[in-house]
Design a protein around this ligand. Structure first.
Ligand code: HEM
Length: 503
């Protein structure tokens, strides 16, 4: 791979350079950012969305670091449902409201991959592996993802996910406290690696832990500079590229050893290899989907456990639902919980868990801080009577609909019994809508249900703050944390005791 060679010398040179050189690079970066953004300020015509006041470069950090507050401030200060700002030389248009929502999600020319590339940038672009993938390669990856979620392979994953979760939960001991945004995320990361990669990787706890560290580095290492000027060798960018390189090597090693061994296994890697796809597609599948899948599912699972810890009534309802499925579908009363849960067929998990479904849906509504991003690759269009030029970036914050008190009364309150809002167009977009819907929904829901079910049956839990007391107010999702919506550090832990059922 060409990037590895160039990267190595650039990284070594930068990291071993003195503070003077590093400061000079930082100053140059700032100048580049100020110059490119100031130069691109433009007059608003009648049809153009109103621009944010003040110098354009002031938008950059808030967009990446305080997104929820920044976008709300934009709507407030412009007094409009649509406004625009500059990110370097890119025009970004923020839209809101029901008709904009429909226009945004159904617009023919709006492209998710292009939008994601410039505005998100969690994974460094490695040409041919994570970027520059032709439409054909992306559609092969999507086709393989659909294959993983067919009835048979998804059913086969159920005992494997439960066994992985059992092993992790077994290490918790009889009682204690933990941070759900670390430990529950860890369960889901393992389940996602199991579902999307190879048994060589997912059977090796040290390797899974290493992968998790590397993916965390990619996620948390995203800075305005790594997204907007990815060619600049900032320390953050170098760290991210290094992490990408290491992930790439782990995945390639797994593929090579599978191909060389000639031994066939019953896992996703085998399906990919047997499909005869080129290696870059296989690597792209594993690297790209792990990042697309693990974080969103992990955030949701962490919040489910958190919400249920603070809402004993819903905790009990969910537990009762799973217990009654066990009574009906599990053959053996002597076996462990994980083995008994594995007796419940996939179609039952998918069709007879209304309580778990309602909990997942409500958790996504209130604790999934997604901002959908697109680039208009088609001709100019109008949204809210405002011009969206060809080439512009367009974003739609999910908070516009999911936290609207007109649609969801007391929107911050976790209440899975809410009825579907019927008076509004597209009142719920938790799994996407229109042209782009989540292609991992089936897998994500199964992972969420299995891990939640096992946890609820094996442990009793409540919430405590760092002093060990029950929090006076329930934790509120922090939408400015675009990764996990995590409440302030130290404000919320899970306190647990093991039940007398064997895991
Ligand atoms: C709770 C977990 C998840 C949630 C809430 C979620 C949510 C979403 C949403 C809202 C979108 C549309 C984004 C937009 O319109 O900008 C999306 C797209 C997507 N999701 Fe998920 N997702 C989850 C898990 C997963 C998993 C586990 C995978 C893969 C294994 C996955 C793969 C994808 C892909 C490939 C797309 C892009 C579809 C396209 O390009 O047309 N997701 N997801």
């Amino acid at each position: 791979m060409p990037y590895i060679i160039g990267l190595h010398s650039a990284a070594s040179a930068f990291l071993s350079a003195g503070i003077v050189v590093q400061c000079s690079v930082a100053i140059v970066i700032c100048l580049v950012i100020v110059l490119t953004t100031t130069a691109s300020l433009q007059d608003d015509g009648d049809e153009a969305p109103k621009s944010l006041p003040g110098p354009a470069f002031l938008s950059i950090v808030p967009f990446f670091r305080q997104r929820y507050d920044f976008l709300n401030w934009g709507f407030h200060i412009t007094g409009q449902s649509t406004f625009q700002f500059q990110l370097m030389s890119n025009t970004v248009i923020v839209v809101s409201g029901a008709s904009a929502r429909r226009a945004f999600f159904y617009a023919k020319g709006f492209d998710l991959t292009e939008g994601f590339k410039i505005l998100s940038g969690a994974i460094p672009m490695v040409r041919g592996v994570t970027s520059g993938l032709q439409t054909k390669r992306i559609s092969v990856i999507h086709k393989r993802l659909a294959a993983v979620q067919k009835n048979l392979p998804l059913s086969n994953l159920i005992p494997a996910i439960l066994e992985d979760s059992r092993q992790l939960l077994e290490s918790y001991g009889p009682s204690g406290t933990f941070d759900p945004f670390e430990k529950i995320y860890e369960l889901i990361f393992q389940a996602t690696v199991r579902s999307l990669s190879s048994s060589e990787i997912s059977d090796d706890p040290a390797l899974v832990a290493r992968l998790k560290t590397l993916y965390d580095r990619l996620d948390t290492g995203t800075t305005p500079a790594t997204v907007l000027v990815p060619w600049l060798p900032t320390p953050a960018m170098i760290k991210k590229l290094w992490a990408t390189k290491e992930i790439y090597e782990i995945v390639v090693r797994a593929i090579d050893s599978r191909q060389q061994s000639g031994i066939s296994r019953n896992d996703t890697l085998q399906m990919l290899v047997d499909s005869g796809d080129e290696k870059l597609v296989v690597v792209g599948f594993i690297m790209g989907l792990l990042i697309a899948g693990a974080r969103a599912t992990g955030t949701t699972a962490s919040w489910i456990v958190t919400f249920l810890g603070g809402h004993g009534d819903w905790r009990q309802k969910a537990k009762t639902e799973v217990e009654s499925l066990l009574t009906e579908y599990s053959n053996s009363t002597a076996a462990s919980l994980s083995a008994r849960l594995a007796d419940i067929p996939l179609e039952i998990w998918e069709s007879q868990t209304p309580v778990l479904d309602a909990i997942i849906r409500e958790t996504l509504r209130v604790a999934q801080p997604h901002t959908a991003m697109r680039r208009n690759l088609g001709p100019e269009v109008y949204i809210n009577d405002k011009l969206i030029p060809s080439g512009a970036y367009v974003v739609y914050p999910f908070s516009d609909v999911h936290l609207d008190p007109e649609i969801y009364a007391e929107p911050w309150r976790f209440d899975p019994s809410r009825k579907e809002a019927s008076k509004v167009d597209l009142p719920y977009v938790g799994w996407g809508v229109g042209k782009t819907t989540c292609l991992g929904t089936r897998l994500a829901k199964v992972e969420l249900k299995l891990t939640t079910a096992l946890f609820l049956l094996a442990f009793d839990h409540t919430l405590v703050d760092k002093s060990g007391e029950a929090p006076t107010v329930p934790p509120t999702p922090n939408w400015n944390d675009i990764l996990m919506c995590r409440p302030p550090q130290g404000s919320c832990y899970v306190k647990y005791t093991r039940t007398n059922l064997a895991l």
